[in-house]
Write a protein of this length. Structure first.
Ligand code: BEZ
Length: 211
């Protein structure tokens, strides 16, 4: 069965452009993103990896460690890195796993044989500091991912881990949040000193609590 939200993120040791990665040690009490791309020296993947490198300061700000993967060998990763720097204007600044033996891609269900029997799809796993899976995403090879959306989800996950709120449709950092239904009005009065707007008994909006 595929990995699901709340499952423990499987541990592994695999070679990477930064040397062997022991995944649970790599997470090191931080948030983590493990993402696969189908193949080196391909156009969409080249743009994606450039973008992830460009967003390093955003991931650092959120205490997130990033780890990429494809089933290409390590020598190819090093050669392709030069192309990424040349074409995207930014050097890779996070490790890329060389999963030629498919150890990690099999463990994480990143190969979808009915889409492609040999290459990984575009999978994303967001993993919390507790090493549990908080989000999974799967995109086809033909569609580059929106990493701004991944940052937005990280903001929501980190906020909802600390406060009894959820985030509404199209929420972005700074917007009002929803008080979770399990919180009574009496509790909400104490827990949300900025107050809240009660649209319905189950729909209560409060300013983002950590601002
Ligand atoms: C790409 O990154 O452009 C790509 C990779 C594999 C299949 C199709 C497109």
């Amino acid at each position: 069965m595929s990995l699901q939200l709340g499952d423990a993120a499987p541990d592994f040791v695999q070679d990477s452009t930064h040397g062997p990665i022991h995944f649970h040690e790599y997470i090191d009490g931080k948030w983590a993103i493990l993402f696969s791309h189908p193949k080196n020296f391909t156009p969409v993947c080249t743009t994606e990896l450039g973008e992830v490198a460009r967003l390093k300061a955003e991931f650092d700000k959120r205490n997130v460690r990033v780890l990429g993967l494809s089933v290409d060998p390590l020598e190819d990763h090093h050669a392709w890195s030069k192309d990424i720097e040349e074409t995207q204007g930014v050097a890779l600044n996070f490790p890329l796993l060389a999963d030629a033996d498919r150890k990690v891609s099999t463990l994480y269900g990143m190969i979808h044989p009915n889409a492609d029997n040999t290459l990984t799809v575009r999978s994303v796993f967001i993993i919390g500091p507790d090493k549990k899976i908080k989000l999974t995403l799967t995109y086809p090879a033909s569609t580059g991912r929106n990493f701004d959306e991944i940052l937005r989800v990280l903001d929501s996950l980190q906020l909802t881990a600390d406060y009894k709120v959820a985030t509404p449709v199209n929420w972005k950092y700074g917007d009002d949040c929803i008080i979770v239904p399990a919180v009574s009005d009496a509790e909400a009065d104490k827990a949300f000193p900025k107050g809240y707007r009660k649209v319905k008994p189950y729909l209560r909006l409060t300013p983002q609590p950590n601002l």
